[in-house]
Structure formats: C-alpha cells, structure tokens
Ligand binder design. Structure first.
Ligand code: NAP
Length: 549
C-alpha cells in the first residue's frame, strides 16, 4: 500500500434520510455473492446487502436450466470448502451435478447461513457512482431506490450475459426460441417438434443429445467443430461418498495448489518423450475415465503445439470411429484450433447423437446462416423448417454483465470507456480510478480457467481480508496504482502467450464471439496456485501496487 497523506476516517453513518447505507453492497447472489455476504456480515460484522435481478439465489445456475445442463467439474469439488460442517452434511448424488442439484445446494447454503434476509432479489443494479467527498458508492436500482456503501463488490459472474446473435428475421420467427443461458422455468416440450440448435460449445454439446431424445427432428447448426471428451457421468455410490468424506482434506488441498483448481495430478511427462504406444494407452485410459482430466494427460498439452497435436489427433480419430457416416464425421472433426485452446467441453453421447435417424448436422461455416424466416432457418444452401430454435451461442463473457451497469469512478469516468480497448485492472480484482470497487473473478484473474469455486473462494477471502485491513488501519479508500495495472495487463498477455490458448481465434476467452467487443485475452493463464500466492504476498507486502488513504 502506498499511503497518501492524511489517512482519514469518513463518517460512514453520514446519510440522507432516503438512502440506506451499508458497509458493502454486493451485486450477484451466485457462488461469489453468497460467500462474500457471509464473510463480510458474519466474519467481519459489517453491514452488507446483496442485489440480484434473478428471482432466487443461484447465479449462473438460476438461468442455465437448459436440457442437459450440468457442471463439468465433479460435484464434490464444485462446491464451497470454507465450512467443514457444510461439507460434512451435504451429499452429492452424481459425479457431475445437474443444474437443479446445484441450485438446491446454493439454496441450502443461503438458508443454512441465514443469508436471505440480506439479499434483495428481482432487483437490478442500474448504476454505481463513486462520490469522492465521502469515498462511498451511490448505487441505484431499477426500483428507483438508492443505496450507499463504502465498498462495492461485483459478484455478477463471468458467464451471465447471454449472447443472442443478431441474425436478421428473428423477430418474424413464428415458432418458439430460447437462449440456453436464459432458459424458461416451465418445461419445454420438444416432442413431435422440429428443433434447431445453433452452437456447439460446451452448452450445445450438452443439450443436443437430450433434445434429440425427445424431438421429432434435431438440426444442429455448427459453425466451428469442437473437441469433446466423454464425461462418464454416474450416480455416486455409498462407497464413493465414503471415499470423498475420507479424502476431503487432501482433495481440497490438491485443488487449491493446482494450476486449474482441480484436484488431480497433471502427468509430468512430455507427450513427446514417450513411445507412441505408451501415449496411445494413456489417452485411451483418459478417454475411458472421461472428464476434464483428459487435459492432464501430459504436462505440455497446452504449451507445445506438437505435444497438443497428439491429443488433438487422438480425439479426431475417436470422432471418426464413433460417427458412422464419414461425411458427417469429417464435418464434426475440429481442424482449426488445438484441443483445449477453447474451453474443452465434456459430453454424454454427443458424437453418438449424429448416428440417430432424427438428427442432422449443418456446417454453417460452409453454408452460412442468411436469415431466420417465419418458419425456420435459411442458409446460403437451403431452408430448414423449425418449430423451435435454441441459441446455444454463449455469453458476453467476463465483462458483459459488469459493463451493463453504469459504473462511474473518480471524475465521473465510466468503466465502459475505461475498458473500451479491453479490461485493464490489477490482479483482476481492482480497477485504477474506481476506488473500493472489487471484482470477484474479474478479467485478469484465473477465473474461467479454473474450477470456479476455488477461484471464487480465493477472491472472496482476499477481498474480506483487504476490507478488514483497511478498517484496522482506518483507511477509507483503496485502488490500484495505474502503473501496477499496466504491468498486470502485460503479465496477463505474457502468461497467455506462453500457452496455446490465443490460437483459438474465435474463442470467448478473447472476446472474439461478440461483434464489436475488443480482442483481448481476458483470463489469467499463469495458474491458480501461483496467482493465489502472488495475491497473498502482495497483500502481506503492504498491498504493493495499491494506493490507499
Ligand atoms: P460458447 O463456448 O461461446 O459456444 C457458442 C457456440 O455458438 C459456438 O459453437 C459458436 O461458434 C456458436 N455461435 C455463436 N454465434 C453464432 C452464430 N451467429 N452463428 C452460428 N454459430 C454461432 O458458449 P457455451 O457453449 O454456452 O459455453 C460457454 C462457456 O460456458 C463454456 O466454455 C464453459 O466455460 C461454460 N459452460 C460450462 C458448462 C459446465 O460446466 N457444465 C456448461 C456449459 C457452458 P464459434 O465457435 O464458431 O464461435
């Protein structure tokens, strides 16, 4: 912390009659916001309130209820670790939890820690203005009410702003259409219907097999072919449950000290230093076991293109073996980016789905979508009659939800203008000239490259400790030194460029999926454990790179 002169304490009770005042305002009631409320209210004894536009807690899982929606991290470590009691009392039923089970878990957390009384649902934060005379944030909501707080914490999520592509004619479509990230709460019945799904990312790959099971016909509109590894989901047996409980300490420790927040070991061999037979066997074993662990088969899969080629080629061959029609198989084989340079999906019977009589695949890179008509989707080649269109077209990731709020820092500058060329911040957690604003899982932090709860707990606890230290030192304001933020942006780019991640030119990691969004590699690829240690060391060294007063 470099201290400016005259450290002062503000009279935080300073208030006009119609503005409720809190120590902290938290935006978002998902994994991040719930835990942040618990840390500030119950551990620091501060007053805090959470706003969320949703009708219940759950964050991304409140919205993503599409058919097949389940988590790609294994249930018993896609959850909080901060409370041993919570961990001991909750039992996950499946290896990969379905969306409703995760909602039940988060609802249980909200009840168990009595969080709901400080959560305002169905409330959208519309603006947040930093007022320099009091070093507080003035926050306005869609109800026309205003609130004031010393600290503003964005817990808005990284994949929460649905991206519906601007395809001509959608307004004329006479059938039903849905975006997966904004799925209705009532059941959607596909039986007897012709359904089209646009998008073959993690979401489309999860949804297509489930929709195909019900629909009269499913047409998958694929722009970029994707790699996917079988999830091998299964119910957790009582033996599994026992193993989890017996090994929880080690599982949590491993997750926290890993590169991606997953509790599995990355094989420390290079894919290039073993025999072809040994490599083939390792990939076969990983394929049979399933899940994101496939990526951990060799240490250099994401660093060395030749090493990656071996894994990419293995998956391509698997696709060719699974999909019976060779023309369809070849369309499904990804050729333009290395395996895992985009977030790798895992699936249940995705490639097998294309062997069904009622499923067809349209390559919309070869024959692009021209428009949506009253009755279906028209490409340069043909028109496909549809009753339902599903957009599995992803998100304005990492910055979308935050930039929808009119956030104004020192001198009235907006966050939107400040990030016009891409996000610029320090450690992904604070932005210069936006004092006392913290961004949980902000761009520039490991966030989406991790098993999210690990990254969330690290950020939430860092923010809690920072606020505690500020209170102990009677400081009223913290923000990054602009030079520290510049250096951090360079470090984010440096870390990305040591990997193959920037090679996927259409990836949402780069903002490339949203027209007009600046191209900047957003998550920090230097590793979760390294990042957590660095963040801790910076805090211990008097918040090096931050300016306080
Ligand atoms: P995504 O990875 O961004 O995929 C979107 C898909 O839509 C891509 O295939 C994209 O093609 C296609 N698309 C977008 N606009 C299009 C257009 N105008 N015309 C044709 N195709 C278009 O989105 P997502 O699948 O929702 O996944 C986003 C992230 O959410 C994942 O990477 C993952 O991190 C997370 N997620 C997690 C889980 C889980 O844990 N269970 C499940 C689902 C999602 P291009 O590739 O050509 O752009």
């Amino acid at each position: 912390m470099s201290h400016e002169a005259n450290a002062l304490t503000t009279d935080y009770t300073l208030n006009s009659n119609d503005v409720a005042t809190f120590d902290a305002i938290i935006i978002g009631a998902g994994f991040s916001g719930l835990y942040q409320l618990h840390t500030l209210r119950d551990q620091l004894n501060l007053s805090a309130v959470v706003f969320d536009v949703a009708g219940d807690v759950g964050g991304t899982w409140y919205w993503n209820r599409y058919p097949g929606a389940r988590c790609d991290s294994e249930s018993y470590y896609y959850c909080y670790s901060f409370s041993k009691e919570l961990q001991d009392e909750w039992r996950w039923t499946e290896l990969y939890p379905q969306h409703d089970e995760i909602r039940r878990y988060l609802s249980h957390v909200a009840d168990r820690f009595d969080l709901r009384r400080d959560i305002r649902l169905n409330t959208r934060v519309e603006s947040a203005i930093f007022e320099e005379d009091t070093d507080t944030w003035l926050v306005s909501t869609n109800e026309g009410k205003s609130y004031r707080a010393r600290f503003l914490i964005s817990a808005v999520g990284v994949l929460s702003s649905a991206n519906v592509p601007n395809i001509a004619g959608l307004d004329k479509f006479a059938g039903e259409w849905y975006h997966t990230g904004n799925w209705p709460h009532h059941p959607v019945d596909f039986s007897g219907k012709s359904v089209g799904i646009i998008g073959t990312g993690s979401t489309g790959i999860q949804a297509a097999p489930v929709v195909a099971d019900q629909a009269k016909h499913l047409t998958v509109f694929q722009r970029t072919a994707n790699y996917s590894v079988p999830a091998r989901n299964r119910p957790l047996s009582s033996d599994d449950q026992q193993w989890i409980q017996d090994n929880y300490d080690e599982i949590r420790l491993k997750a926290r000290t890993s590169t991606n927040g997953h509790p599995f070991d990355v094989n420390q061999e290079s894919a290039l230093e073993v025999s072809d037979e040994a490599r083939q066997q390792r990939y076969e074993d990983a394929w049979t076991k399933g899940g994101l662990r496939f990526r951990a088969s060799y240490r250099d899969l994401l660093q060395d293109k030749s090493a990656n080629d071996t894994a990419s080629e293995f998956i391509r061959e698997k696709i060719r073996q699974v999909v019976k029609d060779p023309v369809t198989a070849e369309k499904l084989v990804p050729k333009d980016h290395p395996f895992a340079s985009k977030r790798p999906p895992i699936d249940t019977n995705y490639f097998e789905t294309f062997n069904r009589e009622n499923v067809s695949l349209i390559d919309v890179k070869a024959t692009p979508i021209v428009e949506i008509t009253e009755t279906g989707i028209k490409t340069t080649d043909a028109e496909y009659p549809l009753d339902v269109i599903i957009f599995a077209t992803g998100f304005d990731a990492m910055t979308g939800s935050l930039l929808k709020i009119d956030i104004r820092g020192v001198g009235g500058r907006t966050l939107k203008e400040t990030w016009a060329q891409g996000p610029r911040n320090y450690l992904g957690i604070q932005v210069p000239h936006f004092p006392n604003l913290f961004t949980v899982m902000g761009p520039g932090s490991p966030s989406v490259l991790t098993n999210n709860p690990v990254a969330i707990e690290q950020h939430v606890e860092w923010i809690r400790n920072c606020i505690r230290d500020m209170n102990d030192r009677r400081l009223s304001r913290i923000e990054p030194d602009p030079a520290a933020a510049d250096e951090w942006v360079e470090e984010v780019n440096r870390a990305a460029n040591k990997t193959l991640l920037p090679m996927a030119s259409s990836s949402w990691y780069l903002g490339a999926n949203v027209p007009g969004k600046p191209r900047a590699f957003m998550p920090y690829a230097g590793g979760m454990a390294y990042y957590a240690n660095l963040s801790r060391e910076i805090a211990e060294n008097d918040y090096r790179g931050f300016v306080t007063r």
